[in-house]
Ligand binder design. Structure first.
Ligand code: FES
Length: 535
C-alpha cells in the first residue's frame, strides 16, 4: 500500500457494557491514522466485559492475549493501537502485543461518569457490595435496589472507582504505553476522541521508527508501575497482571519485587474504595501526571515511553489542582499501604491484601477457621446456624484458584453471614485462593499460593483450626503442627478436572497466582526464532 498498516484492535462488543463507546472511538483512532498518512484496519477481539462474561473474565485473559498475539502475527500489520480498559482487557492486550513484537500504543477506554444515589456519591462495584450488605441486613427494599443500579453506572466507560480497570489503565500509563494523561480521561469527555486520534497518529510514527513494547519494557517500568499502584490505592489484581506482563517481556518480576518497589509509597489518590472520589475527579485534579509529579523520590524518571520520551519528560510541568483529591506526601489518604504481600505456612509462595481498604482493628488477628470447599459450598452453608459463625472467626474459601475454580474468579470478598450483618458486623478476616474485585474492600487475604487445587496448605485447613494474621508483619500462619498437616496431606485427593475445551487447556497449563497465571507455553523462548517466511 505504500503506507504503514495500523491494526486497530478493538475489544468492543454489544455485551461489553464498559466498552460500548469503543465502536465510535475506533473511528477516531482511524481518523488519526489516516491524517498521519497510515492505513488503519480494525480487528475485533474477545471483548471480555466483566459484567456479562461467565464464569470469570480471568479464565479468558490468556485467551485474549493469545488472540492478540496471533492476530498481529498473522496479518500484515506494521504497528497496533490496542483499545481496551475493562479489567482483563488491558493486561490481555499488552501481553499479546509484547509477545507479537510489534510497536503498539494502548488507548484506555476511560472511566464512566460518577454516580449519585439519594445525595450520596456511589461508585460501580464499591457501593454494589456495600448496599448489597444493607439489602441482606433488611435495610434496602427491592425498589431501592432498582433505583441504585442506574445511579451507580451512568455512562459508557469503565468503573469510575479505583477498581482493576482504572488500576491497570493507570499502571500502563505509568509504564509509558499510552499518551500522557490518557488513563483518567472520562469515556464521554470530549478529550477522549481527541486522545484516540492522537494515539492513531502516533502509531503511524511507531510503524516507521518505533520499537515493540516487548523491547521497550524493562524491570524499571514494572517498578514504576508498583509505585503508581501504591499511590493510587490500586487493585490487588495488579499483582497477577503485572507479573504476567513482566514475564512476557522477559523480566523475572515477583511478589517480593512488587513489595520492595512500592515500599513506603503512601496512598495519595483519594478515590473509592480507599478514598472518597471518582476517576473523573482525579482527572480534574491533575490525573496520573499530577500524582506522579509527587512521587519523584520513588519513580525512575529515565524510563522510556512508547513515544520515545522519558517518564521525566512526561511529568515535567505537571500540576496538582486539588490537594484533597491528590494529596501531598505529608497528608496521605490513610497511614496503611495499598498493597502488601503475606507469607507463612498457609501461603508459602505468598498471598496479597489491600490494607488501605481493610479494617484497622483486624490487621492483627487470630481466630477460628470456618472452611468452605467451594463457592457453592459457601453459598449453601454460610448462613447455617449450626456453624455458629462469630465475628472473630476467619472465613476460609478454597477451590477459588486458577486451577480450582478454574480461572481464579473474584470470590475473595466472601459474604458476611446474614445474622452477623443484622448485628451490624461489616467486616471479618476472609482468606481464599481467589481474587477480589478492585472495587471491593474488607480484610480479605487473597491469591493464597499455591492454591488448594494443587494441594497448597489451604487444602489442609479444617474448621476449628486457628489462623493467625499479622498484616503489619506480613505473616499468615496456620496453627497446626507439621505432623498433623502431613497426615492431612496424605489423605488429600485432587479435584476433578474439566474434560474438554478451553477449560481443559487452561487447567493443564496455567501458572499459580504468584507466577501471574500465564500459560507455561507462552513464556518467551529465546532458543527458537520463528521462521519469518512462515511467521
Ligand atoms: Fe468493566 Fe468495572 S465492569 S470496568
Amino acid at each position: 500500500m505504500g503506507r504503514p498498516v495500523i491494526g486497530v484492535l478493538n475489544t468492543h462488543s454489544d455485551l461489553a457494557t464498559c466498552h460500548q463507546h469503543l465502536k465510535q472511538r475506533a473511528e477516531d483512532v482511524k481518523r488519526g491514522v489516516m491524517l498521519a498518512g497510515g492505513f488503519p484496519v480494525e480487528l475485533p477481539t474477545f471483548s471480555l466485559g466483566e459484567v456479562m462474561v461467565k464464569p470469570t473474565t480471568m479464565l479468558y485473559r490468556n485467551f485474549l492475549a493469545m488472540e492478540v498475539e496471533e492476530l498481529l502475527r498473522a496479518h500484515p500489520i506494521d504497528a497496533a493501537v490496542l483499545m481496551g480498559g475493562c479489567d482483563k482487557t488491558t493486561p490481555g492486550l499488552i501481553m499479546g502485543a509484547i509477545s507479537a513484537g510489534i510497536p503498539s500504543i494502548f488507548v484506555p477506554a476511560g472511566p464512566m461518569v460518577g454516580g449519585s444515589f439519594r445525595g450520596r456519591k456511589v461508585g460501580a462495584g464499591t457501593h454494589t457490595r456495600e448496599y448489597w450488605d444493607e439489602r441482606k441486613a433488611g435495610n434496602l427494599s427491592d425498589q431501592d435496589w432498582l433505583d441504585l443500579e442506574p445511579a451507580m453506572t451512568r455512562s459508557a466507560g469503565t468503573c469510575q472507582t479505583m477498581g482493576t480497570a482504572s488500576t491497570m489503565t493507570s499502571l500502563v500509563e505509568a509504564m509509558g504505553l499510552t499518551l500522557p494523561g490518557a488513563s483518567s480521561i472520562p469515556a464521554v469527555h470530549a478529550d477522549h476522541p481527541r486522545m484516540a486520534a492522537d494515539a492513531g497518529a502516533l502509531a503511524v510514527q511507531l510503524a516507521d521508527n518505533g520499537i515493540s513494547i516487548g523491547e521497550l519494557l524493562t524491570r524499571t517500568h514494572f517498578e514504576n508501575a508498583c509505585v503508581a499502584l501504591m499511590a493510587l490505592g490500586g487493585s490487588t489484581n495488579a499483582a497477577v497482571h503485572l507479573i504476567a506482563m513482566a514475564r512476557r517481556a522477559g523480566v523475572d518480576f515477583t511478589l517480593a519485587d512488587m513489595a520492595r518497589a512500592g515500599q513506603g509509597v503512601p496512598v495519595l489518590a483519594d478515590i473509592f474504595p480507599s478514598g472518597e472520589y471518582f476517576m473523573g475527579d482525579f482527572h480534574d485534579a491533575g490525573g496520573l501526571r499530577g500524582l506522579m509529579s509527587r512521587l519523584s523520590d520513588w519513580l525512575k524518571l529515565d524510563a522510556r515511553t512508547v513515544a520515545g520520551s522519558t517518564l521525566g519528560d512526561v511529568i515535567e510541568g505537571a500540576m496538582v489542582w486539588n490537594d484533597t483529591i491528590i494529596r501531598p506526601l505529608d497528608r496521605p489518604v490513610t497511614d496503611r499501604p495499598a498493597f502488601s504481600v503475606l507469607t507463612g505456612n498457609l501461603a508459602p509462595e505468598g498471598a496479597v491484601m489491600k490494607p488501605s481498604s481493610a479494617s484497622p482493628e483486624l490487621m492483627v488477628h487470630e481466630g477460628r477457621a470456618v472452611v468452605f470447599d467451594s463457592a457453592r459450598d459457601m453459598n449453601e452453608r454460610l448462613n447455617d446456624p449450626a456453624l455458629k459463625i462469630g465475628k472473630d472467626d476467619i472465613l476460609v474459601l478454597r477451590g477459588g484458584g486458577p486451577v480450582g475454580a478454574p480461572g481464579m474468579p473474584e470470590w475473595g470478598n466472601l459474604a458476611i453471614p446474614d445474622a452477623l450483618l443484622k448485628e451490624g458486623v461489616r467486616d471479618m478476616v476472609r482468606i481464599s485462593d481467589a481474587r477480589m474485585s478492585g472495587t471491593h474492600y474488607g480484610t480479605c487475604i487473597l491469591h493464597v499460593s499455591p492454591e488448594s487445587a494443587v494441594c497448597g496448605p489451604l487444602a489442609l485447613v479444617r474448621t476449628g483450626d486457628r489462623i493467625a494474621l499479622d498484616a503489619n508483619a506480613g505473616t499468615l500462619e496456620l496453627k497446626v503442627d507439621a505432623q498433623e498437616l502431613s497426615r492431612r496431606q496424605a489423605d488429600w485427593r485432587p479435584p476433578a478436572s474439566p474434560a474438554r475445551g478451553w477449560a481443559k487447556l487452561y487447567v493443564e497449563h496455567v501458572g499459580q497466582a504468584h507466577e501471574g497465571c500465564d500459560f507455561d507455553f507462552l513464556a518467551p523462548d529465546e532458543t527458537t526464532t520463528p521462521d519469518p517466511e512462515i511467521y
